[in-house]
Design a protein around this ligand. Structure first.
Ligand code: GDP
Ligand code: MN
Length: 363
């Protein structure tokens, strides 16, 4: 039993480590992208909202700070039956700023992707950019940079690298590790994980894949994978950064996001994909769907084998939780397992609004 436990634990840690080291090597490779400066396509920015009254004006201000020709920009807020006056606040912002802004209202809340599809029908841009209300773009050149990547005809979708507001604790550790993977996968062909803080897509490709997938939660990532599967690159770009607010109810938020990733990868396994996309897609699917379960498997075999050596190992595994990166890793595995289990009774497509403030301090 103790051998079984050792094998499970070794496999659990070796796979992500090997993938990470492999990714590091890819980081040194060139992008293999032919981008041209000064490409200014018509862009539609869509901000989906559900009860974002405390944040919506700051979000629109942030977009207005972008250096992009105003006559090439359409901004849409699509709201789904907010009860806190979010769409009214957005309209007031537009009146005060004399800024063109389209506010669309869904009478009922059917989830984010459903709302995005309504907005997509009003989008006039060649490029459609989704950005969540609880995020911001520190660099005013963000849209220009995103457009530059999309000037390469092989690229169909672009996302940002993200960091939590204030760079705090476990959440920041988690991001440093994952950003390496995002960039390396992008160089391989495409990354299967996109961020709602900035997800830019060619509109014709969105139309080709039938709009945003409304049957699962990680619509940003799944849209990117559908585009990658259809033969275009979907990349996280090294010069696009976005900041997201971390909610106070940290673990509940993480479980829900993990749950959506599980839905996304399970659905992605059914797709036929280009050869260069297979490694990042299947590696990430394995890491999200299978690998977490080896950890409790190892712990259970240890506990079952009893005896002093086994208990000592179990104790060492627990004591190592004092080490922050290990703790962040184990927490992520727990979120993924909790998310997978939670999928048995709810898909959580219209999730509970989390409370977020820019200064909420955590761990
Ligand atoms: P997270 O980023 O996964 O934690 O999810 P958020 O709760 O931050 O939601 C992402 C964005 O989608 C935010 O701007 C929300 O206001 C918005 N959103 C969430 N649910 C809905 C919905 O049902 N309809 C619309 N229109 N927007 C939504
Ligand atoms: Mn968010």
């Amino acid at each position: 039993m103790i051998q079984a436990a050792a094998a499970l634990a070794a496999a659990h840690f070796a796979a992500p480590l090997a993938y990470y080291l492999y990714a590091k090597r890819w980081l040194r490779r060139p992008w293999d992208v032919e981008a041209r400066d000064g490409y200014t396509p018509y862009i539609t920015i869509i901000v989906p909202t559900y009860n974002e009254a405390p944040l919506i004006e700051a979000k629109l201000d942030d977009i207005a700070r972008q250096d992009y020709p105003p006559d090439k920009l359409q901004i849409i807020v699509v709201d789904s039956a907010s009860t806190d006056g979010t769409p009214e606040k957005a309209e007031r912002w537009a009146r005060q700023r004399r800024a063109p802004l389209e506010v669309l209202r869904e009478p009922q809340r059917n989830g984010k992707a459903h709302a995005l599809n309504l907005a997509l029908r009003h989008a006039r841009g060649d490029i459609v950019v989704i950005t969540d209300a609880d995020s911001h773009w520190p660099d005013p050149q963000t849209l220009r940079r995103a457009a530059r990547w999309l000037s390469d005809p092989t690229i169909g979708a672009v996302t940002c690298l993200k960091r939590p507001a204030g760079r705090r604790g476990v959440e920041a550790t988690y991001r440093d590790y994952y950003n390496v993977l995002r960039l390396a996968e992008s160089k391989m062909w495409a990354t299967p994980i996109f961020h709602g803080e900035l997800a830019a897509f060619r509109k014709e490709l969105l139309e080709k894949i039938g709009g945003f997938p409304a049957h699962l939660g990680a619509d940003d990532s799944h849209t990117a994978v559908l585009i990658a599967a259809s033969g275009y690159r979907a990349i996280a770009a090294e010069d696009l950064h976005c900041v997201e607010l971390v909610p106070k109810q940290y673990w509940r938020w993480r479980v829900r996001r993990a749950q959506h990733l599980v839905q996304h990868f399970a659905a992605s396994l059914r797709l036929k994909t280009p050869r260069r996309f297979k490694l990042p897609l299947y590696a990430e699917a394995y890491l999200h769907l299978v690998n977490p379960w080896l950890l409790p498997g190892a712990a259970a075999s240890l506990a079952a084998s009893g005896g002093l050596p086994a208990l000592a190992l179990l104790g060492a595994g627990l004591a190592a939780l004092l080490y922050k990166p290990y703790r962040a890793w184990v927490a992520m595995q727990l979120y993924l397992m909790a998310g997978a289990v939670r999928n048995l009774w709810t898909r959580d497509l219209a999730w509970r609004k989390e409370e977020k403030t820019a200064t909420a301090s955590r761990r």
